[in-house]
Design a protein around this ligand. Structure first.
Ligand SMILES: Cc1cc2nc3c(=O)[nH]c(=O)nc-3n(C[C@H](O)[C@H](O)[C@H](O)COP(=O)(O)OP(=O)(O)OC[C@H]3O[C@@H](n4cnc5c(N)ncnc54)[C@H](O)[C@@H]3O)c2cc1C
Length: 412
């Protein structure tokens, strides 16, 4: 039984191992010069492989029942056993995030590659698959320049989405899906920095603050996230911002990010507190008084925005000026004008429409013998290990199903 896997990322390699363990003969075709380039960059090189909190609300796109079915067929417990079967030990660090004990993504890639080798999976790198053509009950793969790559009974497509195309996945799934008459939910970057409009970004670039970041649509709060926000020359970044990006970039939506830099007190309390401080430290300049309570780099932009001179004595601040500072500390607004684009994105929102895929096997409902897994599907997860969990659960399910169905067909 010959199974081809198009794309040697996390989903492709887990699919290959699962299929080969079921006895199938497996070939991976990978466009880049080596497999698993993206894995090396995950979790800042530490590979945040999963999360202890696998609530379905952490997954988006697709239908709830589709995602649930895949995560039930190959559960987080199953994938944990899978990783352990490769010799890895997983540990849990902050916020339920799971990592290999070595804290090295390269160790995860090594473990996958060793197992592929042990199972005699053929890995062909620098081979981009461009066409999939049905020939009776099998599929012929064709590479760039019309090179025939052979015929396979089953094909698993794991070419990823379009996020970070420098690591390989550049949207090939859209072309393959259209050849195979699948519907594609339009792609857009996810888990990505946001570009914002503010005259102060250049001055603030590189500054990090702990904040509550609220995604605002007019006066409506759409989503709130907490954590370290990073100012960039073009906008905002950091984990809370990446988590807001999916909702912020819904087409046609005009949003802004409001940063609350002092969540431990309400705006009214903050006003009275600032008022007391301005009286107590009346001899200090406003800049000096504020530098005791907030990141120094935020002070000048904040004062400039409210037409307050930094050199003015604190004791001269009037009620309206103190109110304006308290308001800004609790809701400094940054209108969103876009995202930082595919190169910066960690994941793809959109992909092959899951309604056309069998949730129990990941076989296409349109083309018998074709399976889809990983980021190429219209499923994306939150930051925190959910995307690698999806890649592994769906990869293993597709690999097992293809090998199992293939073996059944062979028996007939
Ligand atoms: C910087 C960064 C950090 C991340 N950190 C985390 C994290 O810590 N935790 C987490 O859960 N997720 C993380 N993610 C997301 C996660 O890495 C991906 O969702 C996951 O790796 C997707 O796996 P995949 O196999 O579906 O796709 P990919 O990993 O994109 O693999 C697709 C493969 O297919 C190949 N390919 C593409 N087209 C063709 C073709 N025509 N022919 C042959 N081969 C082709 C590509 O070269 C690539 O190797 C991160 C992503 C990035 C970019």
């Amino acid at each position: 039984m010959q199974i081809a896997i198009i794309g040697g990322g996390a989903a492709g390699m887990t699919a290959a191992i699962a299929a080969a363990r079921e006895g199938a003969t497996v070939t991976i075709f990978e466009k880049m010069d080596r497999v698993g380039k993206k894995i090396l960059t995950t979790g800042n090189g530490r590979c945040n492989i999963s999360n202890e909190d696998m609530d379905l609300s952490h997954f988006h796109g697709g239908t709830r029942s589709f995602i649930q079915s895949v995560l039930e067929k190959v559960s987080p417990e199953d994938t944990r056993e899978f990783w352990e079967s490769l010799g890895l030990v997983l540990i849990t660090l902050e916020e339920g995030k799971m990592y290999p004990m070595s804290l090295q993504a390269s160790g995860v890639l090594d473990a996958l590659r060793m197992e592929l080798e042990r199972l005699n999976v053929t890995v062909k790198c620098a081979v981009p698959v461009e066409k999939i053509i049905q020939v009776k009950r099998s599929w012929r793969l064709v590479s760039a320049g019309g090179i025939d790559l052979g015929r396979f009974q089953k094909v698993i497509i794991t070419v990823g989405g379009k996020a970070s195309p420098q690591l390989g996945a550049d949207g090939a799934g859209v072309q393959l899906a259209s050849q195979l008459k699948h519907t594609v939910v339009p792609l857009r970057p996810g888990l990505v920095k946001l570009r914002c409009r503010s005259p102060y970004l250049k001055a603030l670039a590189g500054c990090k603050v702990e904040a509550k970041a609220s995604l605002m649509h007019g006066d409506e709060v759409l989503q709130e996230e907490w954590g370290e926000v990073l100012f960039t020359a073009e906008g905002l970044s950091g984990p809370p911002i990446l988590r807001l990006a999916r909702e912020a970039m819904v087409p046609g939506r005009n949003c802004s990010i409001a940063l609350n830099l002092m969540e431990n007190m309400r705006e009214g309390e903050c006003f009275w507190w600032l008022k007391q401080r301005s009286e107590r430290f009346a001899h200090m300049t406003v800049q000096e008084m504020l530098s005791g309570i907030m990141n120094k780099r935020l002070i000048l932009p904040m004062l400039k925005e409210n037409d307050i001179s930094a050199q003015m004595k604190s004791g001269q601040l009037n009620k309206h000026q103190i109110q304006a500072v308290a308001r800004m500390i609790h809701g400094w607004s940054f209108p969103v004008i876009g995202d930082a684009g595919w190169k910066e994105a960690q994941v793809t929102v959109g992909g092959v429409f899951t309604g056309e895929i069998d949730a129990a096997t990941l076989e296409s409902k349109k083309n018998k013998g074709i399976y889809w897994a990983g980021e190429v599907l219209d499923v994306d997860g939150d930051c925190g290990g959910y995307n690698l969990q999806w890649a592994a659960s769906s990869g293993i399910l597709a690999g097992k199903s293809a090998a199992y169905v293939a073996a059944e067909v062979e028996k007939v």
